[in-house]
Design a protein around this ligand. Structure first.
Ligand SMILES: *Cc1c(COP(=O)(O)O)cnc(C)c1O
Length: 266
């Protein structure tokens, strides 16, 4: 292994340790169990080789924000894991298979390409999108977990369902047999103060609790996806069960030149 490769490996391990420590501290402050917080590694800025290393660290939840990229990378990783499993003797442990998360805005014409791979779609923001997912999930014979993305910041430009419409949409999605509505997702406004971020996450948590007590959703509605690199500790304090992290994990790791060199030298 080259010096550049091992420094990338070290950096990723350090970043991951820092994130896990911070999650643990936030959980301690909120009297929560750290095993109730799942980290989705959002890999949109890094090369495929880095995703392999992430898997080796035991992080199997991988997020992408574009349909095409999710499709391509899922196919590549699938081939890689399958080959390793075929070749791997007892000496070599085969890498875990990733669970793919679609975290970014999803266009209906990209649904078909992600359905064969995707485990959870975080960004369902309309009934029409849900119906499209249902159609393709049915023909692929797969079940797909979904979250409803909620606009809790009230910014007009932000995507997501308005707070007042979430229950209504959830009721209409409930009969779609291939979709499991697992919870809610939100993004805090960009460049907001800590207290504005906190308000946004607390609001999502309230909507989530209300929907559960109204009985519009089932028992499996138990996930809150909120918190990114800049605000995940606040999100964990506010009750996040899924945090979506990009640069907190990949700072100093995502240098394309280094990873391409690493790829060329297996
Ligand atoms: C890119 C992205 C993330 C991760 O962003 P960081 O700030 O790098 O942690 C999380 N969620 C969504 C929807 C994203 O597009």
């Amino acid at each position: 292994m080259s010096a550049a490769q091992s420094s990338v490996r070290r950096r990723l391990a350090e970043n991951l340790k820092r994130v896990r420590d911070n999650v643990q501290s936030a959980c301690a402050r909120a009297r929560r169990d750290p095993t109730d917080v799942r980290i989705v590694a959002v890999t949109k800025t890094v090369e495929v080789d880095i995703i392999r290393q992430v898997l080796e660290h035991g992080l199997v939840d991988i997020g992408e924000s574009r349909g095409q990229q999710l499709n391509q990378r899922a196919a590549m990783l699938h081939e890689f894991v399958t080959r390793r499993q075929r070749l791997g003797g007892a000496a070599e442990q085969s890498p875990a298979r990733p669970s793919w998360h679609m975290v970014g805005h999803l266009q209906r014409n990209k649904v078909r390409m992600i359905v064969p791979w995707v485990h959870m779609v975080h960004s369902v923001d309309s009934l029409r999108l849900a119906e499209e997912l249902q159609t393709h999930a049915e023909s692929a014979g797969r079940d797909v977990d979904i979250l409803l993305q909620v606009n809790t910041s009230g910014e007009r430009s932000k995507s997501g369902v308005a707070v007042g419409a979430v229950s209504h949409i959830a009721e209409h999605i409930a009969p779609l047999a291939r979709l499991k509505v697992r919870g809610l997702m939100a993004m805090a406004p960009l460049e907001a103060t800590q207290s504005a971020v906190r308000l946004c996450f607390d609001r999502l948590r309230e909507v989530f609790e209300d929907m559960r007590s109204e009985g519009v959703v089932g028992r499996e509605f138990d996930q809150l996806s909120m918190g990114m690199s800049n605000d995940y500790e606040v999100a964990v304090e506010a009750g996040a069960t899924i945090i979506r992290l990009g640069h907190a994990l990949f700072e100093g790791v995502g240098d394309a030149a280094v990873t391409i060199a690493a790829d060329a030298n297996p």
